[in-house]
Design a protein around this ligand. Structure first.
Ligand SMILES: [Fe+2]
Length: 279
């Protein structure tokens, strides 16, 4: 089942966080409802109006099939209303990139982004790109779904050489960088990789990937400011508002808008040197 008719009354303006573990007690995210509510308050304070909640699925540790996530999501939405917290919650999964994923999507047991049947948040292992990854992504694309690669800057292989990410983006995939990667929370290597991916136009979404109400919190604004410095305020707006909202609403992302929002890359040795010094 897909909620293709849409959710009535989505907030018309504000940032949209496409990746977060706010649902209590079902993965390595929020431990209990009180923490989930705190995280929701932090999101609202940051200017986030919609959070797609994305419990891990198919990663060999956590199994959170679609029906369960929808139920948890409804319960959490009720708790938010009860506590007067103005955050809209939509269901999703962070799906591990395994050979079984296309089948799970076809069967409706793995959730698409916001349950819209348009895009899928796909997670890689921390260090490697599994053999056959490109083939699985092609299978998902052939189903009419658009994979959104979760935090490629935190995958050791892609961070060292983003060329493969470029190939996936050329195939039709999108990519999501974590806001705290941009601010340096995961170290200088990850930060450099995030910068390169953003400036090369390989990133379409900035998300929090929040797990707690301390440290890894639902917050986009600091990362948004860094992206604005690296690229432009318009690029930062596209990555935190326009593109994630399109995905949360089940629309196509107009990636041509990103081209005009990115800095023109310097040519020649002087430009190369200038870019190196800036990095
Ligand atoms: Fe995550």
């Amino acid at each position: 089942m897909s909620l293709s008719d849409g959710y009535p009354g989505l907030p018309p303006q504000g940032m949209v966080d496409l990746h977060g573990h706010l649902l209590p007690g079902i993965d390595d995210g929020a431990k209990h409802l009180e923490q989930s509510l705190n995280m929701a308050r932090q999101a609202v304070a940051d200017g986030i109006v919609i959070s797609v909640v994305t419990p891990h699925h198919l990663n060999g540790v956590y199994s959170n099939p679609a029906r369960d996530v929808r139920e948890h999501c409804d319960a959490f939405r009720g708790a938010l209303r009860e506590h007067g917290i103005p955050l809209e919650i939509l269901p999703g999964n962070e799906c591990h990139l395994v050979p079984e994923l296309p089948e799970a999507l076809a069967a409706g047991t793995a959730l698409t982004v916001a349950d819209r049947g348009r895009a899928v948040l796909v997670e890689l292992p921390v260090h490697t790109v599994p053999l056959g990854a490109t083939g699985i992504l092609e299978e998902i694309l052939a189903m009419g779904l658009q994979p959104v690669i979760a935090h490629p800057e935190r995958n050791t292989e892609l961070a060292a050489d983003p060329e493969l990410l470029g190939e996936w983006v050329d195939m039709g995939c999108l990519a999501q960088v974590t806001a705290q990667s941009c601010t340096g929370r995961f170290g200088p290597h990850v930060q450099r990789a995030a910068r390169r991916m953003v400036c090369e136009g390989l990133v379409h979404v900035l998300a929090s990937d929040a797990h707690r109400d301390s440290r890894r919190i639902p917050q986009l604004q600091p990362g948004r400011e860094v992206v604005a410095q690296w690229a432009s305020t318009e690029a930062a707006r596209l990555l935190t508002e326009e593109f994630p909202r399109a995905l949360a609403e089940g629309q196509l992302v107009n990636i041509t808008l990103l081209r005009d929002a990115l800095p023109v890359r310097s040519a020649g040795f002087v430009g190369w040197l200038r870019d190196r010094l800036r990095a």
